[in-house]
Each structure stands twice: as structure tokens, then as C-alpha cells.
Design a protein around this ligand. Structure first.
Ligand code: F0G
Length: 456
């Protein structure tokens, strides 16, 4: 089939290479059933133009920061040369996503054993997670294709993001979530933004199976990360990061892995920048999973990345409680092309890392903290050296999952872990104190705290 030259992009199957103008309801290749990716034949068709673009892109993207125009104000659409064009550009649904900060994490750097540690905080997006960067692209397409309903299965953040963008763009949204396994912050967002929210007595993988069947039987637009337009938006975080670093490449970028869409998206963004001549090398992109949801780790160790090893996922980092990750093949490809590693971390390592990121005044949700826990492992393995520049991608805001944080500080988190492991968590806990309501009592607490601080 012919590429959609008008919009400058085509959809291509990652396995058999067949190109399509439009995707079916499930976003899978109708020939072999594998995943689709967005490609831009126009870039290859005109090499001379590509070279001109490469020299002008950085300048254009930078200049747009001065504009308050709708598209330019979005940290995603600012990079629109690398996105599929929409037939009606005015019809973009945007909440000014992207534009997220890069912070230094000095305490975490010391604890991990590196000289400089940076974090790009994708939790500073409008709904508090990186999902917004992909949602603006995919949901704008849904509306232009004439859909009035959109849907996703979710561990919480996708549903919050989808519900917000649907509401903002005048669409209706259907959310399928695993009952009792998503953080309250995320659930309350979906409710407030008006999503039709169904809690199913199954896990994320079960919700996604049901949704895949549903979109075959009902005209509803699928917004999980199997939708390749989501990943196009998410890849702009890599572009924005490099721009924030004045195009001085970091040595390592570390990202959490759940359904594996985000690492695939960031890797795609980096590869495209290299193909366009904007950067010369690729940073190593490493993916970290929770031990209890380690499908990619096992896939690489047990099959060399040839065949997906399914797992029955269990982790208190509920955002990445996924055992059958859809984008595993794309993730394997990105690990191979960038030379990154895939590691797993334990529940107590995640809890400590989360408290450490908090103690740098930044904070994040549990799934994001796997990046710091993973970095510590990669340093111990000698894969990351102390003088190398490392960027953690923090995917969700601290306030998404306050229950986890409170339980941790009150010693109620992970009741099943061994006593010696529990003791390792204690120095990081800061439970609230019960104090009599008078100045003397508060002063005593303050003096005690000063003594302990001085002793440290
Ligand atoms: N971090 C957070 C905070 C997430 O919400 C997710 C995924 C991930 C990391 C993993 O990203 O799936 O692209 O590998 N959350 C999805 C959801 C599954 O439904 O909100 P991934």
C-alpha cells in the first residue's frame, strides 16, 4: 500500500515491513499481527531537504519557545517537524504538555556513586505523568478521524491523561482498570475528568485483552501505547531533554519499563535525531523493571530477546504491574541499538530510592523510582562510571500515589519482607510525630531534631 505522503508519514509493521496508510481498530498489522510504527518516507525521499532541516531544526524549535501560539506553547507540538501532520492543525487537543524541568539530584548522585545525576521530571506534565505527551498526538487524531469515544486499559496514569484530554477536546472516554490495583490519585483524576470508569476484577493484562476485543465490536478509538501515535508524542521528551542539555549528549538515560511503550518511544526519538544528523551518537538507554514484573528482563536472559516470557506481575509500584508487555519487541530493538541494559530491582530497593528522590526535594511515584534503584545496580556492575552523565526519566508525580508514601513512612509498606531488610528501610522513614499543642513541646521536638542532624 502507498504511504500517506500528504501527511508525510506511513504506518509500517515492525516485523514484515508492510506499509499502511491507516491502521485498523487494534493497531496491529493485518498481515502478520505484529506492532505498527510511524515512519516518515518523505525524510528519505529528499535527502537534500533533510540536511537543510537538520541544520535549521534546533534553531526553529528554540525560536518557538518565544511564541505563545497554541502549537508552539506545547512542549510536544513545538517539535512538529518530527510528528505526523494532522489534516486540520487547528484541531489539536493540547493542555500545554511537555516543557518539563530537568533537576539535579545531588543526594541521589552521592548515594548512587556518580558525580552528576540529572532527572527529567515527566511527572510535571498537566495530569502528572509522561502520558500527556503521547495523548495530545493520539487523541487529536481520534477526533480528526471522527471518533466520539476513546478508550484505554490502564494502571492509572494513561486513564487519567486520556480522560483529561478527552474532556478538553469534547470526546467521551471509557476506562478499564484493575480493581483495587491503581493509586487513588489516578482514579480520582479519571472520575473528575468525567470518564466512564470500569473497575474489572482482573489485572492490567486482563483489562487490555478485554479492550482489544471491545474495539473490534464497537467504534471506539484505542489509546493504549500499542497505538503508535502515542509513542510519537512521547518521543519528544528525548528531543526536549537534549535541547535542555544544549545538545551535549548524556552517556546514559534510564527509564522504567512496564508495557514498554515509553522506552521504545524515547529510543525512537533518539534514533530519528541521529538519522536526521541532529546528533552524532546515541546515549545508552537502559530499562529498569520491578523484580515482580520483570517480563523484559526474563525475555532477554532466557531467550536472548527472541520470545516474550510472560509473568504473573506483582509489585507495589502499581503503574508497572504488567506481565505481558505489548511493546517488548520495540524495547529489545532500542536496547540493542543504543547499547543499554535491562535490570530489575526489589521492592525495598524501590522504596529506598523513592525516599531518596524525595529527600532531594523532587519526589516521584514508586514506578519512577526504579530508575535510581537501577542506576545503583548499573554502577555496581561497572556499566555506569562515576564520571559519566546520567539522566533518570521520572515518569510520574509524587502526589499520584500518596498511600504508598504514607505507608512507607508509617512502616506499613511491604509487611511481608524479612526483618533485616525492613531495618534497612528505617533510616529513610520520617513518620509524622504526635505532639502536644503547645510551644514547649514543639521546641523540644525541634531541639531533638537539631541534635540528630548534627550527629549525622
Ligand atoms: N511509570 C509510570 C508512572 C507509569 O504510569 C507507567 C505506565 C510506566 C512508568 C511504564 O511505562 O508502560 O510505557 O513502559 N503506565 C501505564 C498506565 C501502563 O496505564 O498508566 P511503559
Amino acid at each position: 500500500m502507498q504511504a500517506d505522503m500528504k501527511s508525510g508519514h506511513a504506518l509500517r509493521c515492525i516485523a514484515c515491513g508492510t506499509e499502511f496508510e491507516r491502521a485498523g481498530a487494534e493497531f496491529r498489522c493485518p498481515r502478520c499481527g505484529d506492532l505498527l510504527e510511524v515512519v516518515y518516507p518523505a525524510w528519505a525521499a529528499s535527502e537534500a531537504q533533510t540536511l537543510v532541516w537538520a541544520s535549521r531544526l534546533k534553531q526553529t524549535w528554540w525560536e518557538r519557545k518565544l511564541s505563545r501560539h497554541g502549537e508552539d506553547a506545547s512542549g510536544v507540538w513545538r517539535f512538529r517537524e518530527l510528528l505526523p501532520h494532522l489534516p486540520d492543525r487547528g484541531g489539536i487537543i493540547t493542555l500545554r504538555e511537555g516543557n518539563t524541568p530537568v533537576f539535579e539530584l545531588p543526594r541521589c548522585a552521592r548515594s548512587a556513586g556518580v558525580d552528576l545525576l540529572l532527572a527529567k521530571h515527566q511527572g510535571m506534565n498537566p495530569t502528572g505523568s509522561f502520558k500527556d505527551t503521547g495523548m495530545t498526538v493520539a487523541i487529536s487524531r481520534a477526533r480528526q478521524e471522527g471518533f466520539s469515544w476513546v478508550a484505554c486499559a490502564s494502571t492509572g496514569n494513561t486513564s487519567a491523561s486520556m480522560a483529561a484530554y478527552a474532556a478538553h477536546g469534547g470526546l467521551r472516554s471509557l476506562v478499564l482498570i484493575p480493581q483495587g490495583k491503581i493509586a487513588w490519585g489516578k482514579l480520582s483524576q479519571a472520575l473528575d475528568y468525567g470518564a466512564l470508569t470500569c473497575q474489572l476484577r482482573t489485572d492490567f493484562d486482563g483489562c487490555l485483552r478485554i479492550l482489544t476485543e471491545l474495539v473490534r465490536r464497537h467504534p471506539i478509538y484505542l489509546l493504549n501505547s500499542i497505538n503508535p501515535y502515542r509513542l510519537e508524542g512521547q518521543k519528544t521528551a528525548a528531543l526536549e531533554l537534549l535541547e535542555q542539555l544544549d545538545w551535549q549528549l548524556p552517556d546514559h538515560v534510564i527509564v522504567p519499563g512496564g508495557n514498554l511503550g515509553n522506552c521504545s518511544a524515547l529510543g525512537k526519538g533518539l534514533e530519528e535525531l541521529r538519522a536526521l544528523g541532529v546528533i552524532e551518537f546515541l546515549p545508552k538507554l537502559s530499562v529498569i523493571q520491578a523484580e515482580g514484573a520483570n517480563a523484559l528482563v526474563r525475555t532477554l536472559r532466557e531467550t536472548g530477546g527472541q520470545r516474550l516470557v510472560l509473568v504473573q506481575a506483582e509489585t507495589a509500584a502499581t503503574a508497572i504491574r504488567i506481565g505481558n508487555p505489548v511493546s517488548w519487541k520495540k524495547a529489545v530493538r532500542v536496547l540493542q541499538s543504543t547499547g543499554g541494559r535491562c535490570e530489575q530491582v526489589s521492592e525495598s530497593e524501590i522504596a529506598i530510592a523513592k525516599a531518596e528522590i524525595g529527600s532531594d526535594g523532587v519526589g516521584c511515584e514508586p514506578a519512577s523510582a526504579v530508575t535510581l534503584a537501577g542506576l545503583k545496580k548499573l554502577v555496581r556492575q561497572g556499566f555506569v562510571h562515576h564520571h559519566e552523565r546520567v539522566v533518570l526519566i521520572l515518569t510520574g508525580h509524587l502526589l499520584k500515589d500518596t498511600e504508598y508514601t504514607l505507608k512507607f513512612h508509617r512502616r506499613e509498606l511491604l509487611p511481608e519482607i524479612a526483618e533485616d531488610e525492613r531495618r534497612r528501610l528505617d533510616p529513610y522513614r520520617r513518620a509524622p510525630l504526635e505532639v502536644e499543642p503547645n510551644v514547649e513541646s514543639v521546641l523540644r521536638v525541634l531541639e531533638e531534631a537539631e541534635k540528630t542532624h548534627a550527629a549525622e
